[in-house]
Design a protein around this ligand. Structure first.
Ligand code: SF4
Length: 329
């Protein structure tokens, strides 16, 4: 999993890339994309909420935080069989990665964690890349998950360190970085990205990308989300980000972290096909399928199948590391 890419980017360098004329930026990111990935290949992932709502954290964008009054239907941890049935269905619909999300502050060593371990084993046995997003994780818990067959762990930075406290106060930026370290240490593939459209400025977007690209190793997976405002959350009235803002994020992420899977995540539901095509051109190479992304709406299967047809995309297989070129960029 070791890569050989630059991890010493300066904020100035990233700012210059981020602010370059948009067509130049897309041309450059597209070129990098073609160097390290098959540009027609897009990985389809499914994200299932295995435990929904009632979360003690205060993430301002999240309808699952217990303190906000939203329409989210709270449910306790699903049964293992139920989750495995959903994973099988997702596989049959073309997903190669199955991510399970639980609205927890952190993983606790209890029966629920044992159940998650069984879920991980079961999904792994289906031949899918299995990913979890369960909140903060100790290094011992990370090792247990790895031993059960966990392929990747998602833990987003969400935004820049500077803007972070405007969005979340119940855990620190440092806490997040420690979880990422624990995941990396257990040799689990790291998935970490963030959300734009929460009221942050461009420096915050650049700051987040800078933190990700200067970790000791780049995350293998970088989800870029556009906020989907949910009624009842503090960010319910945020304006939609423009497609150009998404494209700038995706293109910059692609250039500075060439090998990462850049995932066009939340917010697709508010993009048309042409806008999504621009994101793929800029270097995005993964989407989440299914009409729900945890709790927020997402385009349906038929719509995505049509998109794959029109754009002549092909689904990426599981566990397929594209050829790692050893060039140091
Ligand atoms: S984003 Fe995660 S940690 Fe934050 S409130 Fe939502 S479920 Fe809890």
């Amino acid at each position: 999993m070791t890569n050989h890419f630059r991890t010493n980017w300066t904020k100035e360098e990233i700012t210059e890339i981020f602010n370059s004329p948009i067509l130049d930026l897309i041309y450059r990111s597209s070129t990098v994309h073609r160097q390290f990935h098959d540009p027609r290949e897009v990985q389809v992932c499914t994200l299932l909420s295995v435990k929904t709502g009632g979360c003690p954290e205060d993430c301002s964008y999240c309808p699952q935080a217990a303190r906000y009054h939203t329409d989210v239907k709270v449910h306790k941890l699903l049964e293992v069989d139920e989750v495995l049935t959903k994973a099988q269905e997702a596989k049959e619909a073309g997903s190669t990665r199955f991510c399970m999300g639980a609205a927890w502050r952190e993983v606790r060593d209890n029966r629920d964690f044992d159940k998650v371990i069984d879920m991980v084993k079961g999904v792994n046995n289906l031949g899918m890349e299995v990913c979890c997003t369960l909140g903060m994780l100790t290094s011992e818990q990370a090792v247990k998950l790895k031993e059960a067959g966990l392929y990747a762990y998602n833990h987003n930075l969400d935004t820049s360190e500077e803007f972070y406290n405007d969005i979340i106060t119940t855990r620190t930026y440092k806490d997040r970085l420690v979880t990422l370290e624990n995941v990396r240490h257990a040799k689990i593939s790291v998935c970490s990205g963030g959300i734009i459209g929460m009221g942050e400025n461009e420096n915050d977007r650049i700051g987040m990308l800078h933190t990700l690209a200067t970790l000791p190793e780049h995350p293998e997976s970088v989800p870029v989300n556009a906020l989907v405002p949910v009624e009842g959350t503090p960010l319910e009235d945020q304006e939609k980000v423009s497609i150009w803002e998404m494209v700038r994020m995706i293109a910059t992420a692609r250039i500075i972290m060439p090998k990462a899977m850049v995932r066009l995540s939340a917010g697709r539901v508010r993009m048309n096909l042409e806008e999504q095509a621009l994101c793929f051109l800029a270097g995005a190479n993964s989407i989440f399928a299914g009409d729900k992304l945890l709790t927020t709406p997402n385009p349906g299967l038929v719509q995505d199948q049509e998109m794959f047809q029109v754009l002549q995309l092909k689904p990426r297989k599981a566990f397929q590391e594209s050829e790692l070129k050893t060039t140091v960029l």
